[in-house]
Write a protein that binds this ligand. Structure first.
Ligand code: DGY
Length: 323
């Protein structure tokens, strides 16, 4: 009897997804509770027909070659796929898939959690209480900034950007957005969102929230010049990919008082964080938690598993990333 295809899973995934994968082959899950180094990843995926990978795994042509000619699919358990050289894999006949849709609400919820934490100074307040600092209610104590009537600038009105816009509307915010091109007019009118060029968004938004993918075009999109162009007193929120923001320029802008604060769920050199940001009270920092709910992470892993099963059975993938 021919041996079953090897499915290499580079980090823990929920059992539900392992069970689905087991229909299609022999599942090998990395026992390491950390990202595998490049050499370890090569060794771990050698001979695999499918790789189920995480956003911290660099998957390129060399890794595919090391896996061998039997590799058919790389299923990223993330919607972002900047960690994968998609054209290199396509050139070798390897399908790449991601997990769009299932993490939209969780990520939009977290974005709004960060917006509220930042503008209402929740982290500062919490630290103060835990430090047993003396405090008493008074009218000028730890004042934040309200959202009603303020302008939210969304960079990238994809599924997550739209879900953030819906939440912002419930808070009484005005919505402007930018991207490579305007969204269809029915989307704009349903969200009451107005397309503006990036410089206009920076100049007019009280809060800028980033939802574009990381590409060569968006790397350091928010650099020193963009930060200088933001409205004084505005806030920046990043829940997409760290390198969209130049973290050192962000620290400079905060030190110079050019903007009021920032909330980051993702980091330029993740998991490291620019040292100067760590000490600042006007910065909220969370460890890449956008999709971190039990329901969402399970749905992501299950979708990745279904992609693998489909491709190994000779069918089309469900959510392919095309080069
Ligand atoms: C993604 O899916 O790209 C998120 O960053 C992690 O859920």
């Amino acid at each position: 009897m021919p041996s079953r295809p090897l499915i290499a899973v580079t980090r823990w995934i929920p059992d539900e997804a392992v069970k689905i994968l087991a229909e299609a082959g022999e599942v090998r899950v990395s026992p390491a509770d950390r990202p595998l180094g490049p050499g370890e990843l090569r060794e771990f995926t050698a001979g695999a027909s499918a790789i189920v990978g995480m956003l911290h795994d660099r998957v390129d042509g060399a890794l595919a070659d090391a896996a061998g000619p039997g590799l058919r699919i790389v299923a990223n358990v993330a919607v972002g796929h900047d960690n994968i050289d998609v054209p290199a894999l396509a050139g070798r006949g390897v399908v790449v898939t991601n997990t769009p849709g299932v993490l939209t609400d969780a990520t939009a919820d977290l974005t709004f959690g960060l917006i509220l934490s930042l503008t209402r100074r929740l982290g500062e307040g919490e630290r103060l209480v835990r430090a047993r600092e003396p405090w008493s209610f008074h009218l000028g104590f730890l004042l934040g900034s309200g959202l009603q009537g303020k302008t939210l600038g969304i960079v990238g009105l994809g599924q997550i950007g739209r879900a953030v816009a819906r939440r912002a509307a419930a808070f009484g915010m005005r919505i402007v957005y930018t991207g490579r091109k305007p969204a269809p007019s029915e989307v704009e009118s349903a969200l009451a969102a107005e397309f503006v060029p990036f410089p206009e968004l920076l100049a007019g938004a009280d809060l800028v929230s980033l939802h574009c993918p990381l590409t060569a075009e968006t790397r350091h999109l928010v650099d020193a010049a963009a930060l200088r162009a933001m409205k004084p007193g505005a806030y920046l929120v990043n829940t997409t990919r760290g390198p969209v923001v130049d973290e050192s320029a962000l620290a400079d802008a905060l030190e110079a008082g050019e903007i009021a604060g920032a909330a980051l769920d993702v980091f330029e050199r993740e998991p490291s964080v620019e040292e100067r940001l760590l000490a600042r009270d006007d910065v909220v920092l969370t460890p890449h938690l956008g999709s971190a709910t039990v329901e969402t992470r399970t749905a992501m892993a299950v979708l990745a598993a279904r992609n693998v099963v489909s491709v190994l059975a000779g069918n089309d993938p469900l959510t392919e990333v095309r080069p």
